[in-house]
Design a protein around this ligand. Structure first.
Ligand SMILES: [Zn+2]
Length: 458
């Protein structure tokens, strides 16, 4: 591991780095054998074979899992027993599961077949800062990990190879877990840059560590990745080794984030789409398509024609028997594609992913404006370091700005007019100058928040 005391020893020592990788690979397998038994390698091989299989095979597997889940849910959870009265229920009979249902009916959603000690508690920070608590079981986590291992390999990741992680959800960094965390990092050959505290000093230190450890991949929040890439650009720092790929996860990957990161790190950024409630939903392939993880997920689009008209994404998690999520309205908008991907993988494709519905603005006339409109118009505007637009009501928006020396009154007019052009001339835009835009409760950076559309489902 590249801790401060080892810095000198590790400098220009490729043999040592190679040995570390071998050691970590061995440690991964030893750990997995200890935790999951001798068959863990063949389980991974089976999962990978299924995800590489012809489409009809994976869809047949998915249908079978779906049927089993529906039966399990209707027989063992009070919530679905009440909703699904037939013996072999069909997915189309199940009303979408709203976040509000999860909040209000948590216990009724849990399976009676899973006593408290077999449930693993988890939570999201929530895009509006309201936490959502739910339960998962051991098999959910095992299957979720296998999928992450499989899909991360598309981005060049492999067991034991060095990885830089730019992350920092508070739940992941408890003080008493410190030693466990360090040990984990050591045998996994991972090292961290805290995405919550991206100071110049921390980013400089991370860059120096990267030069020594030469990670094969980076896993990052896209906003943190962008901030790190901007720091490297502004300070003339260029990575001197070849990364295999960068995995962007947990937030929307804006085009300008991708462009800058790919330029600075000279490696492709792979978008990984998922949620703590349901795991990995889709992953970008080498040809830039988002393939749906049909081994774990049944994905539907709530739209009259999911191939032409984007609609809200509904997720059924196929492995979490402790608390079934069936047609869960995750809060994102998407569209399907019937394209056969040139990468060769036959998993179905999510053609468009438009991000959280909370970032969709609504005008007084009922038009929906995707938050991406603002990020497109505001990115690269001289004088603005960071911004956040909050639609308070149909008639009022707050624009929070962190500005620099290039700020002018003309910029202010341009930004206010861009908002009014989209939302209506009569909308009042209050400009607030701030030192910093705080991260949301879950540690994500949000550029656009609408309080007008949010209460409908969230
Ligand atoms: Zn593909």
């Amino acid at each position: 591991m590249c801790s401060g005391t080892q810095t000198q020893q590790l400098e220009i020592m490729p043999i040592r780095r190679y040995a570390k990788t071998l050691l970590s690979k061995a440690a991964w397998h030893a750990y997995n054998t200890y935790r999951k038994g001798a068959r863990h390698r063949s389980r991974f091989a089976q999962a990978a074979a299924l995800l590489d299989a012809p489409r009809e095979d994976i869809l047949a597997f998915q249908r079978e899992r779906l049927e089993k889940l529906l039966q399990h849910a209707s027989q063992t959870t009070p919530y679905y027993r009440e909703l699904l009265k037939t013996e072999s229920p069909d997915i189309s009979e199940v009303p979408p599961l709203e976040k509000q249902n999860v909040r209000e009916q948590l216990e009724h959603l849990c399976s009676e077949a899973f006593p408290q000690e077999l449930r693993i508690k988890n939570a999201t920070g929530g895009s509006t800062g309201t936490p959502l608590t739910f339960y998962q079981d051991r098999n959910y986590w095992n299957q979720r990990n296998l999928s992450v291992y499989y899909f991360d390999r598309w981005a060049g990741w492999n067991f034991g190879e060095p990885q830089l992680i730019i992350w920092g959800a508070p739940a992941d960094l408890k003080g008493d877990e410190h030693w466990k965390h360090r040990l984990n990092n050591f045998w996994r050959n991972q090292y961290w840059l805290n995405g919550f505290h991206l100071t110049d000093e921390n980013m400089q230190a991370a860059f120096e560590r990267m030069e020594q450890c030469q990670p094969q991949t980076i896993l990052s929040y896209p906003s943190s990745l962008y901030q790190f890439a901007t720091f490297l650009l502004e300070n003339g720092l260029t990575p001197r080794w070849q990364l295999k790929g960068i995995i962007s996860s947990a937030e929307m990957l804006h085009q300008h984030y991708r462009a800058l990161a790919e330029d600075i790190f000279r490696a492709k950024v792979y978008n990984r789409y998922g949620g703590r409630e349901v795991g990995l939903i889709a992953m970008e392939c080498s040809k830039g398509r988002m393939h749906i993880n049909c081994r774990d997920i049944y994905l539907e689009i709530d739209s009259p024609n999911p191939y032409t008209e984007p609609g809200e994404i509904l997720i059924t998690q196929l492995n979490n028997y402790a608390m079934p999520f069936i047609r869960y309205r995750i809060g994102d908008i998407g569209r399907l594609s019937d394209e056969v991907c040139p990468c060769g993988n036959q998993l179905p494709i999510l053609a468009e992913l438009l991000g959280r519905t909370t970032a969709t603005f609504r005008t007084e006339t009922g038009t929906l404006i995707h938050g991406g409109y603002f990020t497109r118009h505001f990115y690269g505007v001289d004088g603005v370091r960071q911004f956040q637009i909050i639609q308070e009501t149909l008639k009022h928006c707050i624009l929070k700005l962190v500005i620099n020396a290039k700020w002018t009154d003309a910029t202010r007019r341009y930004l206010v007019q861009s908002i009014q052009k989209a939302l209506g001339e009569e909308v009042v835009v209050t400009v607030e100058f701030v030192e910093e835009i705080p991260l949301s409760a879950s540690g994500k950076r949000e550029y656009t928040i609408s309080k007008v559309t949010a209460p409908v489902n969230d």
